[in-house]
Design a protein around this ligand. Structure first.
Ligand code: BG6
Ligand code: MG
Length: 217
């Protein structure tokens, strides 16, 4: 049995359904630029920073844009994304989130979010999970974004724990890589293509039972 002291969650696509909002906002940008883009290509963007996502999108069609155009595309994307999450509420939490967080709190586990998003705190406020987290490490707090492990290492450091004492939940290739490179155990969530890279795969947090893990006091 594994022993753990904390759960570190990716945000988009793990705690809340906003990964689809990001996709739709990028799809609008791709359509404006006439770059073919669907959910499969979107997998390459998941977990990356806003800037890295746009670089990846442009590279799908070998495109280059000026620095000012790049900034404008980022602004338009974020505006579309923020409009689409204006009415986000706790009901948009993904299945099993509330139950797992309640069980983890009862078991005295520490809770953290490690996300590339610079909107992470806003989203957590809207789904009312901001105050329950012991630390939130977002896109503002790190220099290097996923697949670099910095975001998860910083979360563990803020909790004063070692990576081996934390369990990371991720839905993106880049996030799984970040967690593995940081020395964390990773649970892959909702993305079957992660199956052979993670300690365990679950379709949603609804399928995760904290009692299978030994909790260190
Ligand atoms: C990640 C998402 O959590 O945050 C990506 O998986 C998103 O899709 C990234 O691009 C950056 O988010 P934001 O809100 O800073 O544009
Ligand atoms: Mg994610």
């Amino acid at each position: 049995m594994n022993t753990i002291k904390a759960l570190i969650f990716d945000l988009d696509g793990v705690l809340v359904s906003t990964e689809h909002n990001h996709f739709l906002a990028w799809k609008r940008i791709a359509d404006t630029l006439n770059i073919p883009f669907n959910e499969n290509e979107n997998e390459l963007l998941k977990g990356l920073s806003r800037e890295k996502s746009l670089e990846t999108l442009l590279s799908l069609d070998n495109r280059q844009v000026s620095a000012s155009e790049f900034e404008e595309l980022l602004r338009v994307k974020n505006e579309a994304y923020l409009n689409s999450v204006a009415h986000l509420s706790p009901q948009d939490c993904l299945p099993g989130v509330t139950e797992l967080i309640d069980a983890a709190k009862k078991a005295n586990l520490k809770l953290a979010v490690g996300s590339a998003s610079r909107n992470a705190k806003l989203i957590l406020q809207r789904i009312e999970l901001d105050s329950i987290m012991d630390t939130i490490v977002d896109g503002h707090a790190v220099k290097k974004t996923k697949p670099d492990p910095e975001v998860f290492l910083r979360a563990a450091k803020n909790l004063q724990l070692s990576p081996a004492e934390c369990l990371v939940f991720e839905d993106a290739e880049s996030g799984v890589q970040a967690a593995l490179d940081g020395g964390f155990m990773v649970i892959g969530v909702g993305n079957p293509s992660l199956k052979n890279r993670v300690s365990r795969y679950i379709p949603s947090l609804h399928n995760f039972n904290i009692n299978e893990y030994e909790i260190l006091g």
